[in-house]
Design a protein around this ligand. Structure first.
Ligand code: SF4
Length: 353
């Protein structure tokens, strides 16, 4: 607590202060001050002495009401980080060593600074123990920082679990923290807050599909079975860290896990709509019967390859691990044996051509 904070509290007493267990009221020269377990009726000097003995109540009040200011998404998010439902003393003790929360793949930490000001650090959850990280302070830099994944591939979906590692923002104030998070995961704080307030405006798939125009109009032709397969393809936790809150429509839930993410998804995103368009096109093809000659192991190997590609595991499969069906040598051998002229088992895709 510093002198301006205490002066501000004394000046506010006539309007009444009620915040995080601190209560102050003034009636002419008389002051009433209260914290959990203690109550005092006194004059201004007594109020100031009481505040000196319980400085964290004053600096806490000042930080939230004057430094952070108006209540809203930013305020709620910063309060959530330090679990502000706890008593002030307990919170300050925890903040003295640092408290952390996970937001997608971000690790957000808060510590107590001078006169109750909070300082925030932001980085990748996997870098919590890492000593050699590139440090940043400009929130805008985050936009470039997260464009590519650790393998240098463009990330078309900001909330895909492919956030690159190796960087940190070690010292941010609350405003810059939220700005930085917003560059990394756009609108997640705002939508999380809206959801907590019961104000999240969800746009379900059929409504979103109706709004499409041009080449995307056809997404409305997706059947519910195809829509569920599409949601399972794009929206589950292994692919996207948002928690899907939209369904087919208001009455029809999709039978697909929504995900456990902290922040909600309020409508099908552009990546989903693009994928849905492709799925509609694929679904228009007529089914055909083919006959293939494969050994049981080869059939299982094809299934393992599809599985490894779908789960993005191909890079994890060691070249020397020939027990893995999706091993590169195993795949090359299968191709040499069963696709000598480029078609599986020598079976033509379009025999009539
Ligand atoms: S539509 Fe699916 S993939 Fe797109 S942001 Fe929402 S949950 Fe993620």
């Amino acid at each position: 607590m510093n002198a301006p904070q205490l002066d501000a509290l004394v000046a506010s007493a006539s309007q009444g202060v009620e915040f995080d267990g601190l209560s102050v009221a003034a009636d002419s020269e008389e002051y009433r001050v209260e914290i959990p377990g203690e109550r005092l009726e006194t004059d201004e000097a007594g109020l100031r002495a009481f505040a000196e003995e319980n400085p964290w109540y004053v600096s806490n009040w000042y930080y939230w009401t004057r430094t952070v200011g108006s209540e809203g998404a930013r305020y709620a998010f910063l309060r959530w980080i330090e679990d502000a439902g706890r008593p002030v003393g307990e919170r300050y003790e925890a903040l003295s060593t640092g408290v952390s929360r996970t937001w997608g793949q971000l690790r957000v930490s808060a510590t107590i600074g001078e006169d109750g000001k909070r300082r925030y650090a932001l980085g990748h959850v996997d870098d919590a123990e890492s000593a050699s990280l590139d440090t940043y302070s400009d929130p805008l830099a985050a936009r470039e920082l997260v464009k590519l994944d650790d393998r240098g591939r463009y990330r078309p979906l900001s909330t895909a679990p492919t956030l690159p590692t190796g960087w940190e923002y070690p010292n941010l104030d609350g405003e810059d923290l939220v700005r930085t998070v917003d560059f990394i995961y756009p609108a997640t704080v705002e939508n999380w807050h809206r959801e907590r307030e019961g104000e999240l405006d969800v746009t379900h798939f059929r409504e979103a599909a109706e709004r499409q125009s041009g080449i995307y109009e056809i997404v409305s032709q997706l059947s519910v079975e195809e829509l569920e397969a599409a949601a399972e393809t794009c929206c589950v936790d292994s692919q996207c860290l948002k928690r899907r809150q939209w369904d087919e429509d208001e009455e029809t839930d999709l039978d697909v896990p929504r995900g456990d993410g902290e922040f909600p998804c309020r409508e099908p995103c552009s990546l989903f709509v693009t994928a849905a368009r492709k799925f509609v096109t694929l679904g228009r093809e007529e089914m055909r019967s083919y006959e293939f000659e494969l050994t049981p192991t080869e059939k299982e190997q094809i299934e393992e390859i599809i599985d490894a590609v779908a789960e993005g595991r191909t890079d994890e499969i060691r070249e020397a691990d020939l027990n893995e069906g999706a091993n590169r040598y195993r795949a090359r051998y299968l191709r040499a044996r069963r696709m000598p002229d480029g078609e599986l088992s020598g079976t033509s895709t379009y025999p009539e051509d």
